[in-house]
Write a protein that binds this ligand. Structure first.
Ligand SMILES: [Zn+2]
Length: 285
């Protein structure tokens, strides 16, 4: 198969091409396993030869597609194996991996954990309650009785960096630690467009009206299956009125005086901030 160059060697598919060697992502209880003491968080992909000792612990395999023409799988390892770290393996949280992963590794890891979670949460038919069956032709959980296929559930969300001249608005979710700030985000309601969701979320969370909406890009966010649609938008005023429920705190920050604990540029919130800072530095620097 000739994979278009724009995919950088990654082809998200449910079908294997049966390569001799494979790339493996190993997941243990939602964490990602690094199989070598020298392995970096930016690349948790395991060569199938090196993964062989892990096959005894593997309780589920799902095809992820191909990367650089080699089949990729997620292996879910049992959590009943104590002290896996004692064997020279390391476990990192999903967020640790995503914070530093390049685009293709990011996609593979997101696919790995999302497909596992999707199978776990679609074990029974929502119509008749009978057990669903995983099919091997495509990623679908099928109810044979109802002839219904359930596909991996992806939930669109909007994330927006609201700006006002040389300042941008960052907020702290009520569930976050006191020093963590990010852009505003929320799920699309049924029937809404992304633009309508943006206006509603910003108004609900911080009482602001926005305009000049600029689309920046999209990114999978596997908690558990969001698709983040990233935007930058201008506020018509700076008068914040936080909802006090979802948002505990929101402040305007000058582009060159941002909090220390913002998301890295590999994550959509960080990408929005980075793009705004670069634009603002040219305009106001
Ligand atoms: Zn059914």
């Amino acid at each position: 198969m000739n994979i278009p160059a724009s995919l950088n060697g990654l082809y998200a598919s449910s079908v294997q091409v049966n390569t001799k060697k494979k790339w493996i992502i190993a997941v243990v209880g939602g964490d990602i396993l690094l199989a070598h003491p020298e392995a970096k968080a930016s690349n948790p992909i395991i060569d199938s030869d090196m993964a062989e000792p892990l096959s005894l612990l593997c309780q589920r395999k799902i095809t992820l597609g191909q990367w650089h023409s080699r089949d990729c799988e997620v292996w879910e390892l049992t959590t009943n194996t104590p002290k896996i770290e004692a064997k020279g393996y390391r476990l990192l949280t999903l967020r640790d991996i995503l914070a530093v992963a390049g685009k293709e590794v990011f996609t593979l890891v997101c696919r790995a954990v999302q497909l596992l979670d999707w199978q776990d949460t679609h074990r029974f038919c929502g119509t008749c309650g009978q057990p669903n069956q995983a099919t091997d032709k495509e990623h679908a959980m099928t109810c044979v009785a109802c002839n219904i296929n359930n596909y991996p559930r992806i939930s669109p969300c909007v994330i927006v960096l609201v700006t006002h001249a040389d300042e941008c608005l960052l907020a702290r979710n009520a569930n976050w630690p006191s020093n963590r700030f990010s852009a505003l985000a929320g799920y699309l309601e049924a029937g809404e467009s992304a633009e309508q969701a943006l206006h509603r979320e910003v108004f609900e969370e911080v009482g602001l009206v926005i305009h000049n909406i600029q689309y920046v890009g999209s990114q999978s966010w596997p908690y558990p299956g969001q698709l983040m649609l990233g935007f930058i938008a201008d506020a018509t005023s700076k008068e914040i009125k936080i909802d006090g429920i979802e948002i505990a705190e929101a402040n305007w920050f000058r582009y060159d005086q941002l909090p220390e604990t913002i998301a890295p540029p590999g994550i959509m919130a960080g990408r929005l901030i980075q793009q705004y800072v670069q634009q603002a530095a040219l305009t106001y620097g």
